[in-house]
Write a new protein. Structure first.
Length: 481
């Protein structure tokens, strides 16, 4: 029963109508959740701004796959058209469930569903809008419960942000400043990607999560692997990659989820006079990047699923403009002698930043190369191969020279990680090796970034949050080899 100071049900209904009519949806959702949780009333809104309260009758149970089942199947879909078709089914189902949507989308589920659609490269804006609304309603409900922790809400919003969805009303519900390139958003991509190395296992876990363990779904898992079975490269027209193929080009080699270019674009670093190309042979990662690129209608940005060596060949023969800069950010390390992760490629067979890569960059006359790694010996190895293959390290002043698109350094990690930088077990092993094959130290360059913080990658986000040191250098091409 309402206490004397507590507003009556009618007063709450009127306040909600007022909040809604004034566009304060966060307050309106909170009152809606309160009317349901504390008084058992659902609200029906009318176009004229009024509303009606009613008691829920029997819960609607719909036939067919649940929303979470559908979101999961989007992850295994073969084409964007298929993903968008599935997203339309989700919108329809949410509509039919009406106020009973919580049966299928309670707590963090709307954000999980959104994240899975983001990862599958969905380009249906409406799906993201509808799910954002459900996230908002669920957060309003969660905030009424004393047991809800701030971190629960934060996790939900981080996943929303990782889909590049900006909903001011949503983000108002927390004090933390979240945006697409924030390490706490990008860390979800890193986690997904790390599991994605064993995509079969990840998808099995998802199946378990949504309670689907039929042999059919197991088959679906084994059919969809992460890396492109056949390079898409032959079908890409490098003559017409961009609207204006003669602008200077920046290439992100092994771009992963393409967060650098997405972040620079959405963060207001338009680099209008440049084209930006992200290349990665992970189909999943490129699918995600292309989903956002399409939803945001970016000009001058392309992501292609291809082997970087083939891509550089094609660029050499077909791209009309100059290659201004290349980014080589956190390449998958090679195996270090004497143990460690046996899944890693051999140093001279499968490691991306071999002499072959430097030669490829040299052949396209790439002016500058930014190299970053969190693995000390890998970084030293890249410096060595770069300096032996037509490139040299630029000293500090020249790094900032005009004409380099990334011509400034911005202030390090302030406010992002209070953790002490730590030495990894691989670095320890490298130091123990000493002598000719190990022990050399690289200078840590955490404080100097050559890209704005908005250009963060998912791996660097992980380094920031874990306090892992990052090594960076900028190279320039030397006239001849
Ligand atoms: C550790 S991830 C780093 C991704 C991203 N640059 C970052 O900093 O988070 C390395 C990426 O390089 C890609 N890669 C490795 N060899 C490649 C090659 N030859 N061509 C294209 N991509 C490659 C992998 O698919 C993977 O996405």
């Amino acid at each position: 029963m309402a206490s004397k100071s507590e507003p009556t049900i009618e007063e709450k209904q009127r306040s909600r109508e007022q909040a809604r009519n004034e566009g304060d949806f966060l307050k309106a959702d909170a009152l809606k959740a309160e009317l349901l949780e504390s008084h058992g009333f659902l609200v029906k809104d009318f176009a004229d701004g009024s509303s009606e309260l009613y008691k829920p009758t029997t819960q609607i149970v719909l036939e067919g796959p649940t929303i979470m089942n559908l979101a999961h199947s989007a992850l295994g879909a073969a084409t964007v058209e298929e993903v968008n078709g599935i997203s339309a089914q989700v919108i329809d189902r949410i509509e039919r469930l009406g106020d009973g949507f919580s049966i299928e989308l309670s707590g963090s589920k709307p954000s999980d569903a959104m994240f899975w659609f983001g990862m599958s490269g969905c380009t249906n804006d409406m799906l993201f809008d509808v799910l954002a609304q459900k996230v908002r309603e669920e957060i309003a409900r969660m905030l009424l419960k004393e047991s809800t922790r701030e971190v629960d809400i934060l996790r939900i919003l981080e996943k929303v942000s990782a889909c590049n969805v900006h909903d001011d009303d949503l983000f108002k519900s927390i004090e933390n400043d979240l945006y697409y390139s924030h390490p706490r958003s990008l860390i979800w991509l890193f986690r997904f990607g790390s599991r994605g190395r064993n995509m079969k296992q990840f998808k099995r876990n998802v199946l378990r999560h949504v309670g689907e363990t039929t042999s059919d779904s197991e088959d679906a898992v084994s059919e969809s692997e992460d890396t492109a079975s056949e390079s898409e490269d032959n079908t890409i027209d490098y003559n017409n990659l961009f609207e204006n193929n003669s602008l200077p080009l920046i290439i992100d080699c092994g771009c992963g989820y393409g967060t650098t270019m997405i972040g620079l674009k959405t963060g207001g670093y338009m680099y209008d006079g440049y084209n930006m190309l992200g290349v990665d042979f992970s189909e999943n990662a490129i699918c995600y990047a292309n989903g956002i690129r399409t939803r945001e209608s970016f000009n001058g940005v392309r992501f292609v699923c291809a082997d970087i060596f083939e891509a550089l060949e094609k660029i050499k023969d077909n791209y009309a403009g100059v290659v201004k800069a290349a980014l080589v950010q956190f390449p998958t390390p090679f195996k270090l002698e004497g143990g460690g992760n046996t899944q890693l490629p051999e140093e001279d067979d499968g490691f991306m930043v071999s002499e072959r890569l430097w030669n490829g960059l040299w052949e396209v006359n790439c002016e500058k190369v930014l190299v970053q790694s969190n693995v000390e010996d890998v970084f030293l190895n890249m410096v060595k191969s770069g300096c032996g293959s037509g490139y040299e390290i630029i000293d500090n002043d020249e790094k900032k020279m005009v004409g380099m698109p990334f011509d400034y350094s911005v202030g390090g990690f302030e406010g992002l990680s209070k953790k002490e930088l730590r030495i990894t077990s691989r670095a320890e092993r490298w130091l123990e090796m000493g002598g000719g094959s190990g022990g050399e130290r690289a200078k840590v360059r955490n404080e100097e970034r050559y890209l704005p913080i908005e250009g963060l990658t998912e791996t660097e986000a992980n380094c920031i949050l874990k306090g892992v040191p990052v090594f960076r250098e900028v190279f320039r091409i030397v006239g001849s080899k």
